[in-house]
Design a binder for this molecule. Structure first.
Ligand SMILES: Cc1cc2nc3c(=O)[nH]c(=O)nc-3n(C[C@H](O)[C@H](O)[C@H](O)COP(=O)(O)OP(=O)(O)OC[C@H]3O[C@@H](n4cnc5c(N)ncnc54)[C@H](O)[C@@H]3O)c2cc1C
Length: 578
């Protein structure tokens, strides 16, 4: 008997995708969850996993084909799977294939053509979370390491203009909002709460500075040399830094990503800003329009809404945060709307025109229809990020890029040029700092002959709004598409003692477990401190735990984490507190 492997549902309003890459070939033996093909829409890139172990049949479509949801991609004859990744502890010298990274790959390509004598063992280009972590791990493993960074400070997008400043502003704006609108309910009367935006921004900047200086300290501690300037790749073993030649046995590219542009919307970082400008505004806009209902748009939209802006979010799809569990996304939309953020879903911005008063946006329904205009003082363009792979010699050196400009790598992060590797936002996969960090560690260990490995099935993702949204593993939609039978356990924060005590009862925890084995397949949380609660769920998935394992683990009382335990108990309908 063969099983059809079909194009999965890709989002509520997405009906077609392009087959960007076959990751497995006809006749390949695969394990359950091995990615077999990569699909792309204009919004997301998804890997289609094998529903169970077996041998693949012929490809029914070819790379580049436009396919509809439900189209058969290939078939699978159930049976024995392929080789499993060897655990690090038992096979330190032999690199194990990354669990869900593309295609079973050859061993890292040898840097055979590298210059005989080199200045460094490893040069990393880019000092973001991928690059700086890779440099430190490589130094720990005994390599002589340099890291090239063109920015005036280390830490990349994440520490300078991404994760860290946005989280500082999210915390500060949440405190302001709570002091203004919520403390009175707790019996704390503050006569007049005022905003000192300049001071708020100065504190945010001091948090950034402490973090970037921290990386500089870690470089010194680990004897990593910071080569200040722009790195240009010349070929195997050779780069230049601001024109000066430097050589290394191995080169790791960790050049990150930049904000994606939108035709008709010209960014000036004052009236029309990317996330970088939105972290620096000198006044609270009266009206802020956010283009893009993804993580960055909703986080920064929340910041400015809490500080007093009238915020409208325009999203092309008819849902927020694509890829997130549908039930969570719907609850999220309802809560944000209740907070006062206006949502214009299923719409696209076709033009942004600056004028004396602000910006006039032309907006059209995504499915076609009459255009309308919207006025804003400030427009935040947050429709995603693109790989930073242009302008520093990659294509000239023969490094293959995919259609979206991302560096193509094998399962061991090797590019098409021997001795050159790539990690982080500049390669495929979720653009997340911790994913970049894991890859940084893995590639350093692979270069040292160890079993560097990233489990792409256990990478959490968090939206740091209030409430927070945190997810790991498969969504219900994923499981339905893959034909996996599963059980659902849910527990609302309204029934959690700690959530009531702190006055934050919005949201729930949802645990998805295999119907037969009880193995935890996914956890989706919307609620207070969801970003912290997801850690135990990620560990459960990493360790292959069952919902019973979580349910039998003693959780301190009263904590928000008891909601995770209760949701795990609810998988077998035996939650106690509801
Ligand atoms: C507003 C915002 C908020 C975010 N929040 C989160 C979050 O909460 N959690 C999360 O996980 N992720 C978050 N991200 C995403 C996260 O910042 C990225 O996924 C992460 O920084 C990627 O790390 P990286 O090392 O691949 O690249 P980057 O951090 O982009 O670093 C690349 C570095 O390479 C340097 N570089 C590039 N080319 C060259 C060259 N030729 N020579 C020298 N230097 C070069 C760049 O200057 C840059 O410093 C956020 C991003 C933004 C914009």
């Amino acid at each position: 008997m063969t099983i059809d492997i079909k194009v999965p549902t890709l989002g509520e309003s997405v009906t077609t995708a392009t087959v960007s890459k076959w990751l497995k070939q006809p006749g390949d033996a695969v394990n359950a969850d091995d990615p077999i093909a990569e699909l792309e829409t204009d919004k997301v890139s998804v890997e289609v996993p094998a529903p169970q172990a077996g041998v693949l049949g012929a490809h029914a479509v070819k790379e580049g084909d436009e396919v509809e949801v439900g189209t058969v991609l290939t078939t699978l004859t159930p049976g024995a799977g392929g080789q499993k990744a060897a655990p690090a502890a038992t096979s330190p010298a032999k690199p194990a294939p990354a669990a869900t990274a593309p295609a079973a790959a050859p061993a890292p390509k040898a840097a055979a053509e590298a210059p005989a004598e080199t200045d460094y063992d490893v040069i990393v280009i880019g000092a973001g979370p991928g690059g700086y972590v890779c440099a430190i791990r490589a130094a720990q493993l005994g390599f002589k390491v340099a890291c090239v960074e063109k920015r005036a400070t280390l830490g990349g997008t994440c520490l300078n203009v991404g994760c860290i400043p946005s989280k500082a502003l999210l915390q500060q704006s949440e405190n302001f909002h709570a002091a203004k609108d919520e403390y009175a309910d707790m019996g704390i009367i503050i006569d007049s709460v005022k905003l000192d935006l300049a001071k708020m921004m100065a504190r945010k900047q001091s948090v950034v500075e402490a973090n970037v200086k921290g990386v500089e300290f870690l470089f010194k501690k680990n004897k990593v040399t910071w080569l200040k300037g722009t790195g240009k790749v010349e070929g195997t073993g050779r780069i230049t830094v601001d024109g000066k030649p430097v050589t290394a046995k191995h080169i790791v590219i960790a050049s990150g990503s930049d904000s994606a542009g939108l035709p008709g919307v010209e960014v000036d970082e004052k009236q029309i800003v990317t996330s970088t400008g939105a972290l620096e505004l000198s006044a609270v806009p009266r009206k802020l329009v956010v283009i893009g209902g993804g993580v960055i748009g909703l986080e920064l939209g929340s910041v400015w809404h809490r500080l007093g802006a009238d915020v409208t979010v325009i999203e092309y799809l008819d849902r927020l945060v694509p890829g997130t569990d549908n039930e969570v996304a719907k609850t999220f939309q309802r809560i944000l709307t209740k907070q006062g953020l206006k949502m214009k879903l299923g719409h696209k911005v076709t033009r942004a025109e600056k004028n004396a008063k602000g910006v006039t946006l032309t907006v059209e329904p995504a499915k076609g229809g009459a255009a309308e205009t919207l006025e804003a003082d400030v427009v935040l363009l947050a429709i995603g990020r693109t790989a930073a792979s242009k302008g520093f010699g990659l294509e000239e050196a023969g490094i293959e890029l995919d259609k979206r400009g991302r560096i193509v790598t094998d399962a061991h992060y090797a590019t098409s040029v021997p001795g050159i590797y790539a990690i982080g936002d500049v390669i495929a996969g979720p653009m997340l700092a911790h994913k970049a960090e894991e890859e940084g560690v893995a590639v350093a260990e692979l270069l040292a002959g160890q079993a560097g490995h990233v489990n792409y099935g256990a990478i959490p993702a968090v939206v740091y709004t209030w409430p927070e949204v945190a997810t790991v593993g498969k969504t219900e939609e994923n499981l339905k598409e893959e034909g996996v039978s599963y059980k659902v356990g849910k527990f609302p924060f309204t029934a959690n003692g700690r959530a009531r005590a702190i006055g934050m009862t919005d949201g729930f925890v949802k645990v998805l477990a295999d119907a037969t084995t009880d193995q935890v397949l996914g956890v989706h949380i919307i609620g207070p401190m969801a970003g912290e609660l997801i850690a135990e769920c990620t560990m459960a998935i990493e360790f292959g735990a069952s919902s019973e394992d979580i349910a039998r683990t003693c959780h301190a009382h009263p904590t928000l984490s008891e909601a995770v335990k209760e949701a795990a108990l609810d998988v077998d309908k035996r939650a106690i507190h509801i």
